[in-house]
Every structure is written in structure tokens, then in C-alpha cells.
Design a protein around this ligand. Structure first.
Ligand SMILES: Nc1nc2c(ncn2[C@@H]2O[C@H](COP(=O)(O)OP(=O)(O)OP(=O)(O)O)[C@@H](O)[C@H]2O)c(=O)[nH]1
Ligand SMILES: [Mg+2]
Length: 392
């Protein structure tokens, strides 16, 4: 199997790092050899946006092309030493790897960096930290704790296995320490399992409550439309524009973590439907994280129609559409009726918009896209017509 094919990195430092006292971070991304330079930059830029949302300062960005991730450390032994050297030189606080690491890989990396007070996170760790920072409702907080426990659990098991492995043929003193270590890990594992059970049962109660509310709304004849899309596409802005519901619209990733519902009047049928906004999606979400948000995503799962909001100015638009559709598939929602809502057309000049629309129409010709600006409330009537046609 071909291994490291080429390595290149971009380095950035800023004199403001000290001033703002933000944690200093090295970003690392392992990409497939066939990834284009534009795609690889976009991936790292997204990771940097996640970090900025969380609060951190990038001191080095590293990209490595690799056919197969290293079994032990994901990034490879040589690269680990190289990063450690630079991290010590630049006094980094965190290494964030833009991939999903196996418990063994993160464990090995932590072991190498922790004695230098450098923490290692993978992509999901960072996303979970943002979630924890943005969560306001009890439901969101519980779901985040559940996702974190599920993400952390296998690492604890890995630690236990490692202790057992290290113990083979050790001295009696080492054996005693190992025995204690194993006991502590068993206690932690049991605690995690109990906590997970408790959260699941509390979330079930919330879900059953919401289910009754949804049933009542259905009995009142309301059809339901759910807004979905990649994070920062403008979902909350669209809910606000269509229903005047006061929701948080912010230029950061995962600004919304709960579900909001507004009433949308459709003039053509003189009826109102219910429009919901929810947590945004992102590429490479592990299924256990998606399913931890089941109760928040219930509005989406149960909706009669989906509005898939896309930022038309995003160079990675098609990749992100596919990432969202992948999450919808995971939620068994991929067969639902869906309108593709291309948002932020106000940012395009007229010529680009015309060309963009022509190209897009051929790329996603199976769907009837609608082009809007949530911010300037442009083409919302056309969108309402499309919603009406799909609902009734
Ligand atoms: N120019 C322009 N900006 C927009 C438009 N719609 C949304 N935005 C901006 O895009 C950013 C993200 O908007 P949100 O509505 O918070 O996006 P979201 O999809 O709900 O994001 P998350 O909840 O974080 O997943 C904000 O800065 C909005 O002001 C639009 O039509 N035009
Ligand atoms: Mg939002």
C-alpha cells in the first residue's frame, strides 16, 4: 500500500496570539492523495472556522497526503515527532487532527503529547466542545453529554486494554498498580454506562412529550416543513425571514443546537404550515453523534417536506449537499420530499447568478431548485409556491 506520498504545510503565526491569550493550536489534516489543493484548503479552512467558533488561535496548519492512515497514530510516527518538535518550539497548547481517530490512535497520540502539557483532539472532540459551548437548553445539554460519552467510552476501554497488555510478566509492584488502574477503569466504564442509560431515559421522556405535541398539531391539520442544511448555510435566517420567528442568526458554526418552530402562511391555499429549524450538519459526522441528537432532529425526521438550504457562494457547495444528504440517509429521511433552496443570492453579481443557476440546473436536474436571499427576503414568494405545490 502506498503510504506518505507528499507532505506540504502552510505556516501562519500572528503577533496577536500572546495578546489575546487564546490557546495556541496546530491543525493537522490527513487527506487522500487525489484531493485537489482547493479541496484540501477548504477542509482546513473549515477546521479553522470551527476552531475560531470555539476560541483558539492557529499557529501552524499541516496537511499530509496519505493513502492509508497509520494504524497506531493516524498521522504516522515520523510526523508525530516532527509536530511535537514544532509544538514545543511554538509553545502549542493543542493539536487538532481533522479526522476521526480510533481510540487506539488518539490514546497513542495523547501518550506522546500529554507529558508536554499538549492536548490532542480529533475533529469530533472539537465539534463536541463547540456544542457544549453553544448549548442552552436542557435537552441540548443532555444530547451533547450523550454524544460525548459515546465518543469517550471506547477510549476508556482502550486504556483498560493497554493496561492489561502492559502488565504481562511485570513485577508484583507493577501488577498492583495495574490492578488498581484496571479497577479505576472498570469503575469509570460502569459510571459511563449508567450515565448513558439515565440520559437516554430522560431524553425518551422529552421525546414522548414532543411526540404528543406533534400529534396535537397534526390533529389541528398543520403540515410540517423542516429546514435542513450544512452549518452556516442560512437556515435560521430563512426561518426568521419566512415566519418572523426570533432566532439566533450568527456567522459561526453550530449557532443553532435546538429546534425552533414558526408558523408559515401559504397564500395560495390560505393555510398555514409549521416550519422548523434545527442543528446544522457537517461532513464526517459519526453515526453515534447524529443519533445522540435524535430528539432535536425528531421534527426533521417526522416532517412532511424538507427545505435543504445551501449557500450558493460556497465553493464546496456540491460536497456539502452530499454531506447533508448522507446525514439524512443516516436518519432514514432520504426518501422524503425535498426542495433545494439556494440561499445568499444577494452576494452574487447578476452574471454569476445566471451562470451559476444554469450550471446547477444541469448538476441537480432531478430537483427543482429555488434561489433566494433570506437576508434580503428575495424570491420568498417563489419558495412559498414551491412549498405549497409539494405539500398539497
Ligand atoms: N448575505 C447573506 N447572508 C446570509 C443570508 N442568509 C444568512 N446569511 C448569513 O449567514 C450566516 C449564517 O446564518 P444562520 O442563519 O445563522 O445560518 P445557519 O444555517 O442557521 O447556521 P447554524 O445554526 O450555525 O448551523 C449569518 O451571518 C447570516 O447573516 C443571505 O441570504 N445573504
Ligand atoms: Mg442556525
Amino acid at each position: 500500500m502506498r503510504d506518505a506520498i507528499c507532505v506540504f504545510f502552510v505556516q501562519r503565526t500572528s503577533p496577536n496570539a500572546q495578546r489575546f491569550m487564546l490557546p495556541k493550536v496546530i491543525l493537522v489534516d490527513i487527506i487522500q492523495p487525489e484531493t485537489t489543493p482547493e479541496e484540501s484548503m477548504a477542509r482546513l479552512n473549515e477546521l479553522e472556522s470551527l476552531l475560531l467558533t470555539y476560541g483558539g488561535f492557529v499557529i501552524i496548519r499541516k496537511i499530509q497526503k496519505k493513502q492509508m492512515p497509520d494504524y497506531q497514530t493516524y498521522i504516522g510516527k515520523g510526523k508525530v515527532e516532527e509536530i511535537l518538535e514544532e509544538a514545543l518550539e511554538k509553545k502549542a497548547n493543542y493539536i487538532i487532527v481533522n479526522n476521526l481517530l480510533k481510540p487506539q490512535q488518539i490514546y497513542n497520540l495523547e501518550k506522546r503529547f500529554e507529558k508536554h502539557q499538549i492536548e490532542v483532539w480529533d475533529r469530533v472532540d472539537l465539534i463536541l466542545k463547540i456544542f457544549a459551548k453553544h448549548a442552552t437548553t436542557k435537552e441540548a445539554k443532555m444530547q451533547i453529554e450523550l454524544a460525548s460519552l459515546r465518543h469517550l467510552g471506547p477510549r476508556i476501554s482502550k486504556m483498560g486494554l493497554e493496561l492489561t497488555r502492559q502488565g504481562g510478566g511485570g513485577t508484583s509492584g507493577g501488577g498492583a498498580r495495574r490492578g488498581q488502574g484496571e479497577t479505576n477503569i472498570e469503575i469509570m466504564k460502569r459510571h459511563i454506562a449508567r450515565r448513558e442509560q439515565k440520559i437516554c431515559s430522560d431524553l425518551k421522556k422529552i421525546e414522548s412529550n414532543q411526540k404528543s405535541q406533534r400529534k396535537a398539531r397534526k390533529n389541528h391539520g398543520f403540515k410540517t416543513v423542516a429546514i435542513v442544511g450544512y452549518t452556516n448555510a442560512g437556515k435560521s435566517a430563512l426561518l426568521k425571514a419566512l415566519t418572523k420567528k426570533e432566532v439566533k442568526v450568527k456567522d459561526e458554526l453550530f449557532a443553532t443546537l435546538d429546534s425552533r418552530i414558526g408558523k408559515l402562511y401559504l397564500p395560495e391555499t390560505q393555510q398555514s404550515c409549521l416550519l422548523s429549524d434545527t442543528i446544522g450538519f457537517i461532513r464526517d459526522l459519526p453515526p453515534e453523534l447524529i443519533h445522540a441528537f435524535h430528539s432535536t432532529l425528531a421534527e426533521t425526521i417526522e416532517a412532511d417536506l424538507l427545505l435543504h438550504v445551501i449557500d450558493i457562494n460556497d465553493f464546496e457547495m456540491i460536497t456539502k449537499i452530499n454531506a447533508v444528504n448522507q446525514v439524512l440517509k443516516e436518519l432514514n429521511c432520504d426518501k422524503k420530499k425535498m426542495i433545494y433552496v439556494f440561499n445568499k443570492i444577494d452576494l452574487m453579481d447578476e452574471k454569476d447568478l445566471k451562470n451559476g443557476i444554469t450550471n446547477l440546473k444541469s448538476e441537480i436536474r432531478n430537483y427543482s431548485p429555488v434561489f433566494v436571499s433570506a437576508l434580503e427576503k428575495a424570491n420568498l414568494e417563489e419558495l412559498k409556491t414551491a412549498i405549497t405545490k409539494n405539500l398539497y
